[in-house]
Design a protein around this ligand. Structure first.
Ligand SMILES: C[S@@+](CC[C@H](N)C(=O)[O-])C[C@H]1O[C@@H](n2cnc3c(N)ncnc32)[C@H](O)[C@@H]1O
Length: 258
């Protein structure tokens, strides 16, 4: 990580400690490839020296803010797949959080979300985006519903001791090398993200873990034409333009009766 502001040195040290990253001098930017940079705009991934910030988590502006305002609210397929209604906001574990876009959509629709991310650079970018959003008057309340956990869902997804502690829904959106989730139009930032993360080759194993943990259902986001995760037939599917949601139902999604 390259810290580009004298003022942010202690924050850079803290990030390095939290995410196991190495702080390097700005000369390092001359090297080809992607660099994680910290400046007054926050933490971002940039390609080469003087390149543009290509990957940054920003919940307050850009596409995320646009989707929050004009994305269709509870009419969105993700909301239907997870089972959100006006009266009921299921608790969710997003076991493959990535840059947190789906996590944020679910939180903006009222769900409490525990987000798991195992890739340290991705987790650092997400944590930094959440930290900046906390102070925002419009989205601070939304990100307060999100808790980020750094680690693998292969370890973090464990069946809860009591029903009350179970998440209602486990949500999975693993990365696939040959995934058709809009691959023709994958934008530059997503190409950088893909290079960083690679394919999640162990994703099939997550499905049974998720089913063991969720109280009501597991939702898997897939490329529209991709095979189901672990080749396991879902209870039903919601088809979108480039992606689809496979829903594995366990019980009717409804509030726990005390
Ligand atoms: C396709 S991205 C998720 C994108 C995310 N849904 C979004 O809206 O930004 C998949 C992410 O899941 C993470 N991941 C995959 N398997 C994981 C696991 N077992 N535990 C934690 N994170 C995992 C990857 O590191 C990657 O960042």
């Amino acid at each position: 990580m390259v810290c580009l502001s004298e003022r942010l040195q202690s924050q850079a040290l803290e990030y390095a400690r939290l995410w196991g990253l190495q702080n390097v001098d700005a000369d390092w930017l001359e090297q080809p490839g992607f660099h994680l940079c910290l400046d007054d705009s926050g933490l971002y991934l940039q390609e080469g020296a003087g390149g543009k910030a290509q990957v940054q988590v920003d919940f307050c502006a850009g596409a995320t803010a646009h989707r929050r305002q004009f994305g269709g609210g509870m009419g969105q397929d993700i909301a239907k797949a997870v089972g959100i209604t006006g009266a009921y906001k299921p608790s969710v574990i997003d076991a493959t959080a990535g840059l947190g876009r789906d996590t944020f959509v679910l939180a903006s629709l009222g769900c409490r979300v525990d987000a798991h991310e195992r890739q340290p650079v991705v987790a650092a970018l997400l944590a930094d985006g959440l930290r900046r959003a906390e102070a925002d008057p419009e989205v601070g309340e939304i990100v307060a519903r999100i808790r980020l956990h750094f680690g693998s869902s292969h370890d973090l997804l464990v069946p809860a001791a009591t029903i009350a502690e179970q998440p209602d829904v486990v949500y999975l959106d693993p990365m696939f090398g040959d995934d058709a989730k809009g691959s023709a139009q994958v934008k530059k930032d997503m190409q950088a993200f893909r290079q960083l993360v690679g394919a999640d080759m162990d994703a099939d194993d997550l499905l049974q873990r998720a089913l063991d943990c969720a109280r009501c259902r597991v939702v898997v986001k897939r490329g529209r034409k991709a095979a189901p995760l672990a080749n396991r037939k879902p209870s039903y599917q919601l088809l979108g333009k480039s992606s689809r949601f496979d829903v594995y139902s366990k019980a009717k999604v409804e509030a726990l009766v005390e």
